[in-house]
Design a protein around this ligand. Structure first.
Ligand SMILES: Cc1cc2nc3c(=O)[nH]c(=O)nc-3n(C[C@H](O)[C@H](O)[C@H](O)COP(=O)(O)OP(=O)(O)OC[C@H]3O[C@@H](n4cnc5c(N)ncnc54)[C@H](O)[C@@H]3O)c2cc1C
Length: 383
């Protein structure tokens, strides 16, 4: 693992900085939080600009419109765009950060051709339909049922916490195809066109008063067999590929963002104890950045992020939580200034230890899969 820039990375960094300096001032003002048509237009326009400049899909294969750059260059891209305050992936989150990478790793040729170039050009928005009211942490316990009828799966069930469900054109859908098999063995991963008849999407209002999330009701929804990713009943393996991207690399730009926020907060921290606290958070984020580099090197060798990915999301969630809490304490009433941005940010950070698998579940996974500790016993514990 090399922590310093290679000559190619240094060249990309300089080129990217110049491009960002030129392009960012030309962008329109970001739209309001609840103006969804404008948000989709803004986020997909940014994705298109990245594509046209050759910066979309840094690590994705060239044949589908990516750059085929080594992972180190992908990190340079994330670092520079975040530091320059370029637009966040926004509605392109699922497509670019985990649906696209899953299709590259597991999809058929047709699936790749149909989706990858469009995701890269900002022409296709995705959402994730994994969680259910009774299956979040215990995702493998999902109940949404799919029955094969001819060349279609007929899907019935209910999904929840589906981010961008009301604007997504395609969903990553997990269904149960074999109810008799052990729960991890009867799941299938499907591509769900969100305009299929029988789908009802209902937005859920969050603590922030916005509606990023949706419930998705599926009533006799017919999904063609060719929309299956991986084999029937092999969906849990494919899900773990998706989650390795979602937990391993999808948080990288948020981490750079947290480092930038910590630097900004430093100007307002005068108390010695609080300065020490901030320094600890920054040191931790720096260490996580080094771990990210290691993960990315492993992704280069094996195609998916390595075991360090499991640590990353947990470490980041906790550091970000401490940073949010510290910034409220340091800023005090000042945090209500500038449109209450700091307060909003603090409320948003409360969701980070839950999204993409809670911290408790991440600890179980690290204990059992990484450290080989004994499996947790079902609750309630027997004497
Ligand atoms: C910002 C955000 C975005 C999200 N986006 C999506 C999305 O786009 N698509 C999607 O499908 N889902 C999404 N989710 C849902 C997310 O994956 C779930 O909320 C998460 O997996 C937890 O599941 P749950 O909410 O059902 O909580 P539960 O599973 O009910 O957990 C409740 C509490 O019990 C604890 N717990 C549960 N089991 C154990 C155990 N075995 N050991 C120890 N503690 C345990 C949990 O850690 C948690 O504290 C999103 C969530 C958030 C917050």
């Amino acid at each position: 693992m090399e922590l310093r820039d290679t000559p190619a990375e240094a060249e990309l960094r300089a080129e990217l900085r110049a491009w960002l300096q030129r392009v960012l001032p030309e962008l329109p003002a970001p739209p309001g939080r609840d103006d969804w048509p404008a948000r989709v237009a803004f986020d997909t326009d940014w994705q298109r600009r990245l594509f046209e400049a050759g910066y979309a899909g840094m690590s994705w294969p060239k044949e589908y419109g990516g750059r085929d750059a080594p992972p180190g260059e992908q990190l340079v891209f994330l670092e520079e765009t975040t530091r320059a305050r370029a637009p966040y992936v926004g509605v392109n989150f699922v497509g670019t950060l985990h649906a696209g990478p899953t299709l590259i790793a597991e999809g058929t040729e047709e699936q790749k051709e149909q989706h990858i170039p469009k995701i890269l050009r900002g022409e296709q928005v995705w959402c994730q339909c994994f969680s259910e009211p009774g299956a979040g942490s215990d995702l493998a316990g999902l109940q949404t049922r799919a029955v094969l009828e001819g060349d279609h799966y007929v899907v019935n069930g209910r999904k929840t916490w589906c981010s961008f469900g009301h604007v997504g054109e395609f969903g990553e859908l997990l269904v149960r195809t074999d109810p008799e098999a052990p729960k991890h063995k009867g799941i299938t991963w499907l591509i769900l066109p969100m305009d299929t008849p029988g789908i009802e999407v209902r937005p859920i209002e969050t603590l922030l008063g916005s509606s990023e999330f949706c419930e998705v009701f599926l009533d006799d929804v017919r999904v063609p067999v060719e929309q299956r990713v991986g084999a029937e009943n092999d969906g849990w393996r494919v899900t773990n590929v998706t989650l390795s991207f979602e937990r391993g690399t999808a948080f990288v730009s948020e981490m750079v963002d947290a480092l930038r926020m910590a630097e900004e907060l430093a100007a307002s921290v005068h108390d010695a104890a609080e300065r020490r606290e901030l320094a600890h958070v920054v040191a931790e984020l720096d260490a996580l950045w080094a771990l990210t580099k290691r993960n990315v090197s492993q992704a280069d060798a094996h195609g998916t992020p390595g075991a360090g990915a499991m640590m990353l999301k947990l470490g980041y969630s906790e550091a970000r939580d401490r940073l949010g809490e510290l910034s409220m304490r340091v800023l005090g009433r000042e945090s209500l200034d500038v449109g209450g941005f700091a307060v909003e940010e603090r409320l948003r950070t409360l969701s980070i230890p839950i999204a993409a698998g809670t911290s408790q579940i991440q600890r179980n996974i690290i204990g059992e899969r990484l450290l080989g500790l004994p499996k947790e016993r079902p609750w309630p514990r027997e004497a």
